[in-house]
Design a protein around this ligand. Structure first.
Ligand code: NAG
Length: 153
């Protein structure tokens, strides 16, 4: 019985010990040290979807898709990485890891001709889609006042 009590107390102490954050952001999208606390960080990922991605054709060698990150609830511009996936020819496009106009709610990805011109039919046939991972802040904390500083998008 005594041993069990000691075990329970030990367990409670381990759980109550402040842990190192699982996510860190050492520089934000401006290359500056973020001022928001690490416990407000979130990793948010998504995909425009194989077979559901809509492309806007800008010219014979350029197609653009818009990615919506609103549901991530970011309060500041996140750090974003992207990749283009599909079942063919996506590996012969330029710009697949070069997101444009990143804001807290979304970004644009432009796919450019690199030997095989991108087109809506090529993209549809090969189910091209953008996979993305964004790390950013969903809350802020200033002057010891958390309640009034949580920003809900
Ligand atoms: C980055 O951090 C600086 C403060 O260190 C802040 O002024 C800026 O708004 C932050 N966010 C972005 C996206 O630049």
């Amino acid at each position: 019985m005594m041993m069990l009590r000691i075990a329970i107390v030990l367990c409670a102490c381990i759980i109550a010990t402040p842990a190192m954050p699982y996510i860190k952001m050492i520089k934000n999208a401006s290359g500056a040290k973020p001022t928001q606390p690490e416990f407000c960080l979130v990793t948010c990922a998504g995909s425009t979807g194989a077979g559901t991605t809509k492309w806007a054709v800008h010219s014979a060698d350029k197609m653009v898709t818009e990615v919506d990150m609103t549901e991530c609830g970011f309060i500041d511009t996140p750090v974003v990485t992207t990749s283009l996936s599909g079942s063919g020819w996506h590996d012969l496009q330029k710009g697949t890891s070069a997101p444009w106009s990143i804001t807290k709610t979304g970004f644009l990805l432009a796919v450019l001709d690199n030997g095989k011109a991108p087109s809506e039919s090529l993209a549809t046939e090969n189910k091209w889609h953008v996979n993305w991972i964004a790390v950013g802040f969903f809350c802020d904390y200033k002057d010891g006042d958390l309640e009034s500083k949580i920003v809900t998008p």
